[in-house]
Design a protein around this ligand. Sequence first.
Ligand SMILES: [Zn+2]
Ligand SMILES: [Zn+2]
Length: 154
Amino acid sequence: MMDNKPCPCGSTASFAECCALIIKDHSLAKTAEQLMRSRYTAFTLEDNNYLLKTWAKESRPETLNIEEAPVQWLDLKVENHEEGSEKDIKGTVTFTARFISSDHLCHLHEESRFVREDNKWFYLDGTPESSTKKISRNEKCPCGSGKKYKRCCL
Ligand SMILES: [Zn+2]
Ligand SMILES: [Zn+2]
């Protein structure tokens, strides 16, 4: 479907050559940051199964139904990471993700913790902080199209 489009995670690669591979085979996420990016992409695809599969056992929710509260994801910026390399067993990734939900632009800022078990990275937990701002109909759409919000993502 969107295979040749840029990957939602914001890398320069296409979806097919980026997160699609990791979502198919979780073990291909070599770093905590790669796993984090693939989980962001899974959020945009409403892929509950992948999100559950990549959640550490100790903090994994029983079920997940993210399609019940759909949002329009805009972009992801990875701001920092500590450890989380192929040689580590834990790591943290700090990021900001933006989305639109009921006419509000939301910035979700989180420092996520990851653990590596059996050569696979898993999401452990995070400290999300979010800020929201109402989008007026006539302002430029936050998606970056250059059009007014009312003629774009509204
Ligand atoms: Zn990606
Ligand atoms: Zn837009």
